[in-house]
Design a binder for this molecule. Structure first.
Ligand code: G16
Length: 543
């Protein structure tokens, strides 16, 4: 067919290494950047098909987020700013892994299965992070779009959540906001400034925040945003892009290592936060007067936000169903606190924003956070309408009106399309200001159970299969029994393993009553993985 001639010609300029098979992982394809040129071209083609199918704009973000600088990856964004659906993840694999000579057949197969009208116009938004490989890889995406006659808009350097936001704005004809980076800053900062007006007498100290930009795109963007915040938030930015991306810094490093990033000057009690490489995750921390490090991860963030929202809903007299969605990584103390003390409904899903997002959509107000700091809040359409009506209702008392207006601005400061470090940071700062709370007071809401995360290298991580929201390993044989008997040796212990969908490792999580127990359990479980799931290299050593 004539319309595929260009795809055929262009794809020759982005050839697939014969025999290479890549898996669609937790958040898209992700591996060494040198292996991704053909994948990017093909994802440009696929996004064009998805756009034709949905008659809406689709997003393609070139990023490997928390991974090292030499990796890259791609995240596909559906019309409302959410991750692409599972069926299309399957097509993505089909297209990415088709040998060069089979590419057109794979393409035609998708068109047929989805009954795509090829004369439909297509629009694709493209963005990229600051990795050195991102420029040529995003050009490959643009080539893919144009080879199938799609229109594209290249947003250049943006955070992942900014691109999700643009896609949603475009497909809601501006109802969600302006599909520009400036529009994003205006919407979020105006809502933030409105929220902080309810906090009386904030000192300059209380407006100050240390931000670790992970030497990535988030650093650039938080700098751009600062002027819009009108000194209501004063940011000291570290790891601002001069150093190596994600190296000894960023949200993933801080969460996994449970220590501060390098290059950040912290004073006792001062709140700090770290973004990850594409600014869709955030964690907070501080050091106390004894120099001890305290981490406030995604679980603590979910607790702060859901408590704030629950209180506002009560004050506003709104009967809306609120729930928190977590994964197996959620600290046991957080789940207990939310269920037993806060009386909030808690759901557990598999790792991956797409799973949490989906589960959160079932509630009027769905707060979802992975422990690693990836999360946001979703408000149902009905909930947003009720909040809006109440805020405009002249006949209600001042307390209800205040709560309704706070809720309204909270909705606006949140990027509901996906976890967003900048938006989450503004929301957290606003909540702390309104509640007159210090980071230490927030930290003391509950105490985390000591925990440890480790990685084990195996020859093929797919030998591990899990069930029950990744809390149990169903293969290889004997692994779960081994974990169960190890867990029994420790008090308040829990452990699970799962293959990572972004790195070539098996992840091990353990928590227990003491740090020594958590460390020793994590080590013993790592050994079990190494022995039963084909470990490579040296045996894991005790911590
Ligand atoms: C991605 C996903 C997250 C997930 C993380 C780690 O984050 O969006 O949902 O928690 O990978 O996944 P895994 O344990 O499977 O490697 P990011 O920030 O790296 O895009």
């Amino acid at each position: 067919m004539a319309q595929f001639q260009e795809v055929s010609k262009q794809s020759g300029l982005h050839p697939k290494p014969a025999g290479l098979v890549l898996q669609y992982g937790t958040a898209g394809f992700r591996t060494n950047a040198k292996l991704l040129d053909h994948v990017m071209f093909r994802m440009g083609v696929l996004a064009t098909l998805r756009s034709k199918k949905t008659k809406a704009t689709i997003g393609v973000m070139v990023t490997a987020s928390h991974n090292p600088e030499e990796d890259n990856g791609v995240k596909l964004i559906d019309p409302m700013g959410e991750m692409v659906t599972p069926a299309w993840e399957g097509y993505a694999s089909q297209l990415a892994n088709a040998e060069q000579e089979d590419l057109l057949a794979a393409l035609k197969d998708i068109i047929e299965k989805e009954a795509i009208n090829m004369s439909q116009e297509a629009n694709v938004f493209v963005g990229k992070d600051t990795r050195s490989s991102s420029a040529s890889l995003s050009q490959a995406v643009l080539d893919g779009v144009s080879s199938l006659g799609g229109h594209s808009k290249d947003y250049g350097l943006v955070t992942t959540p900014q691109l999700h936001y643009m896609v949603c704005c475009q497909n809601t004809q501006g109802k969600y906001g302006d599909a520009t980076v400036d529009g994003y800053y205006r919407k979020l900062s105006q809502a933030f400034i409105q929220l902080t007006k309810s906090a009386s007498n904030r000192t300059d100290d209380q407006k100050h925040l240390i931000v670790d930009g992970a030497n990535g795109i988030g650093a650039l963007k938080v700098r751009e945003m600062e002027a819009h915040l009108k000194k209501e938030l004063q940011i000291s930015l570290f790891n601002d892009g001069k150093g190596k991306l994600n190296h000894q810094c960023g949200a993933d490093f801080v969460k996994v290592q449970q220590k501060p990033p390098t290059g950040v000057e912290m004073s006792p009690g001062e709140p700090c936060c770290s973004f990850d490489g594409d600014a869709d995750r955030i964690v907070y921390y501080y050091s106390d007067s004894e120099g001890q490090f305290h981490l406030l991860d995604g679980d603590k963030i979910a607790t702060l936000i859901s408590t704030f929202l629950k209180e506002l809903l009560t004050q506003a007299g709104l009967d809306l169903k609120i729930a928190v969605v977590q994964t197996a990584y959620a600290n046991g103390s957080s789940t207990r606190y939310l269920e037993d003390t806060m009386k909030v409904l808690v759901r557990c899903t598999k790792t991956g924003v797409k799973h949490l997002h989906h589960a959160a959509q079932e509630f009027d107000v769905g707060v979802y956070f992975e422990a690693n700091g990836h999360g946001t809040v979703l408000f149902s359409k009905a909930a947003e309408e009720k909040i809006q009506q109440l805020a405009e209702d002249a006949g209600i008392n001042d307390e209800r009106k205040r709560a309704a207006r706070l809720l309204q601005n909270t909705v606006d400061v949140i990027n509901q399309t996906v976890g967003d470090a900048i938006s989450d940071m503004l929301l957290i700062e606003a909540i702390l200001a309104i509640k007159g709370m210090t980071v230490q007071q927030w930290d003391s809401i509950y105490s985390d159970l000591p925990n440890r995360q480790l990685k084990v290298k195996v020859s093929d991580r797919r030998v591990i299969d899990t069930a029950d929201a990744e809390r149990r390993a169903v293969s290889p044989a004997g692994l779960q029994d081994a974990i169960d008997s190890l867990v029994k040796k420790y008090r308040q212990a829990r452990s699970f393993v799962r293959p990572s969908g972004t790195e070539d490792v098996v992840r091990v999580y353990a928590e227990a009553e003491t740090q020594e127990s958590a460390d020793s359990l994590a080590h013993e479980v790592s050994l079990a993985v190494y022995r039963l799931a084909g470990g490579v290299g040296d045996e894991p050593k005790p911590l």
